[in-house]
Design a protein around this ligand. Structure first.
Ligand code: ADP
Ligand code: MG
Length: 380
């Protein structure tokens, strides 16, 4: 059902009458896999809408190849292009583009008309899927912005398109409606549809599996810097992988929902922290080093709270260790380790990876002796 997309050296030049030609896209190449959700990001004028128009067969490239599934769109005549578009693509625009004198239901049926033939029952069901079954007879002017955008989504979906293209779909919406629209797009993604969504909003962009950044009509280099929040998420995943490996067969309770986890794994693969390994996800060398450091900080912090500060409230130990693991520098971590006498295990008996400071200095304690106190508590 889903469909893959390939762009190879795609350029688009607008040659306005009398005015200078504008190179809106300049040698853009990328592949999109079936069922991927892509965020196309970049400043105003960077070519995002132009790109979406080419993908949606509303326009054709000046040069290069746009291949959708098996079809090279440059080879289609204008009428074949229109047919292909109606059968393959569903559009959601920032400005909704509803016909003002048609009701919500008629707006959806119009899309069916261009595709094949209208079917009122089907159109009504499309409105129900976006939670607007009771607004079918309302005109766009009688609906809120969020509701209009949901009608536009119902219209995009009524022909069961394999690709959904959305140009700033949340651009004109308040936070609540933004959430509703993103939830609808998430559902479409779950159903296996390929989604390309233009946005300039970082938060919205994070819903996608992957982002493609445009800059002056070209694909910009992959992002290298991440926010503190994103880094914390990476650390969480690395910790999960570490503890799972440590206790083979043990299954960690998931701390992210499935789609967020998949997005994180995609990003972490791209920046070289994890890689596919025997059908699952494994560390790269760089990822393992980082996981080791996070685990070490967390478990040393736990020892500090228990042994030195005599804290016995597990909730407090856990939440503070989770904070400490992100803020302790290597130097401070080594000092804590030295102060504690280079402990081998955390309060639950899990081993603490050693650091530079503990080489040959560890006093081996019996892990069983220490672990008894906190057995049964969640361990990291
Ligand atoms: P974005 O969506 O990222 O803001 P666009 O794809 O709309 O960018 O525009 C990219 C560049 O192409 C801009 O410089 C814009 O002015 C120009 N452009 C877009 N559409 C046309 C057009 N139909 N005719 C001439 N220039 C255009
Ligand atoms: Mg635009």
């Amino acid at each position: 059902m889903p469909i893959s997309i390939q762009l190879a050296h795609v350029s688009k030049i607008y040659s306005g009458a009398g005015s200078e030609a504008v190179r809106a896209l300049d040698g853009v190449s990328f592949d999109i896999e079936q069922g991927e959700w892509i965020a196309i990001m970049g400043p105003s004028g960077s070519g995002k809408t132009t790109l979406l128009n080419l993908l949606g067969c509303l326009d054709q490239a000046t040069s290069g190849v746009v291949r959708i599934g098996e079809t090279d769109t440059a080879k289609l005549s204008r009428s074949a292009l229109a047919r292909f578009r109606a059968e393959t693509v569903g559009f959601v625009f920032q400005q909704f583009h509803l016909i003002p004198h048609l009701t919500a239901l008629e707006n959806v049926m119009l899309a069916q008309y261009f595709h094949s033939m209208s079917d009122e029952g089907e159109a009504q069901r499309a409105l129900e899927r976006v939670g607007l079954g009771d607004r079918a007879t309302h005109l766009p002017s009688q609906l809120s912005g969020g509701e209009q955008q949901r009608v536009a989504i119902a219209r995009a979906l009524v022909n069961d398109p394999k690709i959904v293209l959305a140009d700033e779909p949340t651009g004109n919406l308040d936070a609540d409606n933004q959430h509703i629209v993103l939830k609808l797009l998430s559902d479409l993604h779950q159903q296996g549809r390929t989604i390309l969504m233009v946005t300039h909003d970082e938060q919205v962009g994070r819903y996608a599996d992957r982002r493609i950044d445009l800059e002056h009509g070209r694909v910009a280099e992959a992002k290298k810097h991440f926010s503190a929040e994103e880094n914390r998420d990476f650390d969480e995943v690395l910790q999960q992988l570490w503890t799972t490996r440590e206790r083979q067969g043990h299954r960690e309770s998931p701390r992210f929902d499935e789609s967020k986890h998949r997005r994180l794994i995609n990003t972490m693969t791209r920046i070289g922290l994890v890689e596919p390994h025997n059908g699952a996800v494994g560390f790269t060398g760089k990822g393992e080093e980082r996981a080791r450091a996070v685990i070490r900080r967390h478990r040393l912090a736990e020892r500090l709270f228990v042994d030195v500060l005599s804290i016995r409230d597990w909730g407090s130990i856990e939440s503070n260790a989770c904070t400490f693991e992100h803020v302790l520098s290597e130097e401070v971590t080594d000092r804590i380790c030295t102060f504690l006498g280079h402990p081998v295990t955390c309060p639950h008996g899990c081993s603490i990876p050693n650091g530079e400071c503990c080489l040959e200095k560890r006093t081996l304690k019996n892990p069983a002796e220490i672990s008894g106190v906190f057995s049964g508590l969640r361990t990291i």
